[in-house]
Every structure is written in structure tokens, then in C-alpha cells.
Design a protein around this ligand. Sequence first.
Ligand SMILES: Cc1cc2nc3c(=O)[nH]c(=O)nc-3n(C[C@H](O)[C@H](O)[C@H](O)COP(=O)(O)OP(=O)(O)OC[C@H]3O[C@@H](n4cnc5c(N)ncnc54)[C@H](O)[C@@H]3O)c2cc1C
Length: 372
Amino acid sequence: MNQRMYDVIIIGAGIVGLCTAFYSAKAGLRVALLDRSTPGSGTTSKAAGMLGIQAEFRSPNPLYHLAKESIALYKILTDELLEYQTTSLGWTSSGAIKLAFTHSEHNQLSDIQSWQVQHGDPAELLDQQSLQLLAPAVNKEACAGLYFPNEAHVQPKQVARAFEHSLYELGVDVFPYTTATSVSTNRVTTRTDTLYGEQIVIATGHESFANIPWPVTPVKGEIIKVRPRRQLSKQTIFYNGWYAVPKQDGEWLLGATSTQSEDTTISVNGVLELLTNIQAFLPDLRDSEITAMWSGIRPKSIVDSPFISPHPTLHSVWLVSGHNRNGILLGPITGKRVTERLLGNEVNDAFTSIKVGEHSEHHHQSEKSQFT
Ligand SMILES: Cc1cc2nc3c(=O)[nH]c(=O)nc-3n(C[C@H](O)[C@H](O)[C@H](O)COP(=O)(O)OP(=O)(O)OC[C@H]3O[C@@H](n4cnc5c(N)ncnc54)[C@H](O)[C@@H]3O)c2cc1C
């Protein structure tokens, strides 16, 4: 590893680090990106890849607007990244449906529809009959569905690979299998070397270092991949926090459990919970072949909102994480907003909601975070 001075050193090459490296390099900064494994191999590779703005947000909170900006960036990136001879992002825009089985769930869908339409996002409330016409595989007892025709999803591993390839073209020094063991102002120490940077971004997902406050709780999520024997629906189907996503290869991702834990074991309980809940609204899944299952750890911030925050005492060190279940969705806008801060531009947005240091009593420090 050479020891030249970088404008920015980014630790962690998940979706957040990759997007930050991409926009920083495009802005002309000299960038080093390091990961203790390979780029995109952390939680990013475990995600379902939904860009679920309308299906995920129940109110028009500030993150909803950032999510819309992120989708707009994805639309540009699908072409832009191809210029770097990368793979496609696996973008699929086949819509999503959120189901209701009770009168009160129907009312909730109606409320969501009204604010989303006011914000210019198409959402159609389907009665039982129209729902069955659009998605015949959905349980016949569903009394309504809120259809979002524009909802899309990507293939997270392909997205990570596409960004990684573009970074080589943009002149970023990417260091895989390089574990950062400590950080101080202008300096990152790895197991074998020291790198120097004007600014440092820590984007290590659910983990952190001994001297880095990290207001993040690890939340395990399990996913099962299945190959249905017959066509189920073109749309992603949501109900009560559970989802089934049809992927380009004909397989479906069924997700996801949610347990506060850093243990990546796939539990019998988790599998049972997943299959029971999802089969209840998609009964035709019954005879599907299970082709894979995995788990990943979501980085949930303690105030439920991702953050871009200066380190409370180390000058020019930025802490970026907390994306929980929306990191793939919010990756591009996060990378862009971090870059603006690195360039010294004033930004006031939902990412500033955590002032790290003010929450020190809540800091989560994982056992795995003691790298030295
Ligand atoms: C089951 C599941 C389903 C999901 N589905 C979706 C979805 O459909 N849509 C969506 O938007 N989001 C989804 N998510 C959430 C999304 O995956 C995360 O929010 C996102 O991947 C977080 O990205 P990150 O870059 O912060 O972290 P990560 O991807 O974990 O990247 C952090 C990187 O830092 C590296 N690292 C850590 N410590 C060090 C160190 N000391 N030195 C060097 N490198 C280090 C790690 O190796 C890792 O590569 C899902 C998550 C799970 C678990």
C-alpha cells in the first residue's frame, strides 16, 4: 500500500462507502476506499434490493423526500455507470402492492394513498376484485391493495460491483482485505500500514471502532430465496412488514425477519416465521423450491434515521451509518450528501438529525468492533 496523502479516506465499502467514493471521485477528490473484505460483501450483499419509497414510508417525513432524490439518482446511474463498462444494476420497475385484510388496514392504505398522490406519486387503491385481477396469486381474503406502479428494485450485488468497477476508472485507490484498526485526525491505521487523509469517512455499517461513538443498533434480518412452480405476480407484494420480491431470474426473495442481534445464524424460528407469514398472503408459494437462505445485520440508528455526522472530537472525521432497512434505497443520496460536506458545502437535511456525541449514553459498541 502506498502512503500518499488522500483528500478523503473512506473506511467500509458497502453501498454507503461505494456511493461516497463514487461521488467524491467525480467531484475531483483523491479517494482511498478500504474494506476488510471485498467491496459490497457486508450487509449490502444481503439486501433484497427494494427501492421501496412508497411501500416503506407511512408518512411524508423528511427521509421520504431524500428517498425520492435517491431514486432520481438511481435513474441517472443506470446509464451513467454503464459508461464505465460495468455490469447493469438489475433495475426492475414492476411495481408493488401493499395488502389489507381488515377494515382498519383498508383505511390505513387509503390514508397512505391520499398523501402520496398529493406528493405526485401514483398510488391506486384496488378493491378485492381489481386486486385479484392484477395479482391472482394473492390470498382471496385480502380485501384491498394499494398499488404503486412505479416501485422498483435492483440487485444489490450487481450495484456494488458496478460502483466498484467505476471507481477503478475514476482513479480511486480501492484496498480490499484491509482492516482499519484505529482512526485519528488525518490518519487511518490498518493491520499493516498507515494512510493519511485530509478527511476520513467511517462507513462501516453496523460496526465501529473502540474510540468511535456509534449510535447504531444491529438488527438481524433473514431472507429465503425460492423458485415458485408457477408465475405468482409481477409485483412485489407487501403485508404487515413482510414482503415477497420477484427477481429477474424468476426466483423470489421472501423477507425479512427483524431481531435485535449481531448473530448471523439462520434460526428455525426465523425460517418458520418467514414462511408462515408470507405463505398466509401468497398461498401458492406452498410448493416452491427453496434455493437459498441467508441473514444480514441492518445498521439501525438509535433515533431511527441515518446520519452523516462529524466526530464529536476528532477533526475532519465523519461518521455515516444508520440506514437500517433502506440503505440500498438511500445509498446514492447519502454518497452525494457526504461529498457535499467533504467539499465544505453547508447542507441541512434529514441526515443531520443525530449529533453524535449528544447520545453517548446510548452508544452501541459491538463485541466484533474490537479490531486491535
Ligand atoms: C435481510 C435484509 C434485507 C434488506 N433489504 C433491503 C432492501 O430491500 N432495500 C434497502 O434499501 N435496504 C435493504 N436492507 C438494508 C441494507 O442492506 C443496509 O441498510 C445497507 O446495506 C447498509 O450499508 P452500509 O454500507 O452502511 O453497510 P455494509 O454493507 O455492511 O458495509 C460496511 C462495510 O464496512 C466494512 N468494514 C467494517 N468494519 C471495517 C473495518 N474496521 N475496516 C475496514 N472495513 C470495515 C465491512 O466489511 C462492510 O463491507 C436490507 C438488509 C437486510 C439485512
